[in-house]
Design a protein around this ligand. Structure first.
Ligand SMILES: Cc1ncc(COP(=O)(O)O)c(C=O)c1O
Length: 391
């Protein structure tokens, strides 16, 4: 049951729930049946009609418009890329860093964000890691670390390893005032939390589509705020050009870039995944991302109540304002939990500081109850062993 949408109907889209207790959507979401069918339709078109590429490309434009609507952005601010890492690398290489400039990152944030910027060290750019303090990450986290050479802050919206939800809007306001670019890795929030990059003050937002956006791996979205012509792509192809040569002959004098986000796209698209995204957007639009967020927060509250009763602590924040709706890392005592849960057909991810439970739009309170029952069974066995008198 959900107070927010017909979760039973959504659940029917995910047959995997009949085979296992799937609590790993922050790793990847299982494929929904309607999205699988969209992929099959695409492959059938290729197979039976030799792929009408102009038709496929017209659909890319329509899907770009729908992605833009999801981000309350203009289609000209959206590019299709490969994944989050590519988006972060595009951002890192587009920013006009000079030697001696610096960029601020959060210590322990996702490595795919960090390495994109660490790679700039060879160009004399300094990477400053700011400690993740207890509680919120907001503008005050960075205020003491910037100087006149700071050009950018790059951080996750939601952390994959503890479920922190950073106060990106406050960081965005700070960046706007300081004249600094703000880059957001939204991999863990797209499809789970409504996102409005302009309201967050983000210059570039990057996200893969294989978690909250429900599409198989290999497609990413890049939002680039309009009006930043100084942000130039590190690599170029015909699709980056304002006027691609109709005769397909490259000329050095024809290098003017498109002025929208598509200047960051190169070569052919991941067309199967973009078609899958269309079906995913159908599902997400039908359910509503604000409803998904609200439902996942309810599941989180339910989980936290159970954890309190069982005496299990949460690694990340408990407060709704500071936590993500769907990621909960449990500090379970002793070893062997990942193996035990796998044997019990429970899919979770072992993380740095515990076992990560992450919800998807198809999970229910009953899933939480089942999970806790399975955890308690092992806890009970372990605790009674601990209590047993030794001979
Ligand atoms: C915050 C975050 N960034 C990035 C990634 C992955 O990057 P990519 O989309 O390049 O595989 C993940 C997880 O897979 C993540 O949790």
């Amino acid at each position: 049951m959900s107070r927010h949408y017909d979760v039973a109907a959504v659940r029917r889209e995910f047959p995997v729930v009949d085979r296992m207790l799937y609590l790993d959507s922050a790793h990847q979401t299982p494929l929904a049946t309607s999205i699988k069918q969209a992929l099959i339709r695409f492959y059938e078109e290729g197979n039976e009609l030799a792929g009408p590429k102009p038709v496929w490309l017209r659909r890319v434009d329509i899907i770009r418009e729908r992605v833009a609507a999801l981000f309350s952005a203009s289609p000209s601010e959206i590019a299709f890329v490969k994944n989050t890492s590519e988006a972060m690398n595009i951002a890192a290489n587009a920013i006009p860093f000079a030697p001696g400039d610096n960029v601020l990152l959060v210590e322990g944030d996702h490595p795919n964000n960090a390495y994109a910027f660490l790679n700039l060290q060879r160009r004399g750019v300094e990477v400053r890691f700011v400690q993740l303090r207890e509680g919120a990450v907001d503008a005050s986290t960075f205020a003491h670390h910037i100087d006149r050479n700071t050009r950018a802050i790059s951080l996750s919206h939601v952390t994959f390893h503890s479920g922190h939800r950073f106060d990106v809007a406050s960081v965005g306001a700070f960046c706007a005032e300081a004249g600094i670019y703000l880059i957001i890795d939204a991999m863990q929030s797209t499809g789970v939390i409504p996102l409005d990059p302009s309201q967050l003050g983000a210059t570039i937002v990057g996200s893969g589509c294989h978690k909250g956006l429900l599409v198989p791996q290999g497609l990413g979205i890049l939002y680039c705020q309009s009006g930043h012509q100084e942000l130039r792509p590190a690599y170029m192809a015909m699709s980056s050009l304002a006027k691609p040569p109709v005769d397909y002959i490259a000329r050095p004098e024809n290098m003017a870039l498109r002025d929208d986000a598509s200047r960051f796209e190169i070569g052919n698209f991941n067309l199967p995944d973009i078609h899958a995204l269309s079906a995913s957007l159908d599902l997400l639009e039908r359910v509503g991302i604000p409803n998904i967020e609200a439902h996942l927060y309810d599941l989180g509250d339910h989980l936290i109540d159970h954890l309190d009763e069982a005496g299990i602590s949460l690694v990340g924040p408990r407060d709704r304002a500071l936590r993500s709706p769907h990621i909960y890392v449990l500090d379970l005592p002793g070893d062997g939990w990942a193996e035990y849960l796998a044997e019990e057909q429970v899919r979770v991810s072992p993380e740095r500081d515990g076992i990560r439970v992450s919800f998807g739009l198809f999970n229910t309170n009953r899933d939480v109850d089942d999970f806790i029952r399975i955890v308690r069974r092992r806890l009970g066995a372990t605790r009674s062993r601990d209590l047993a008198p030794t001979s």
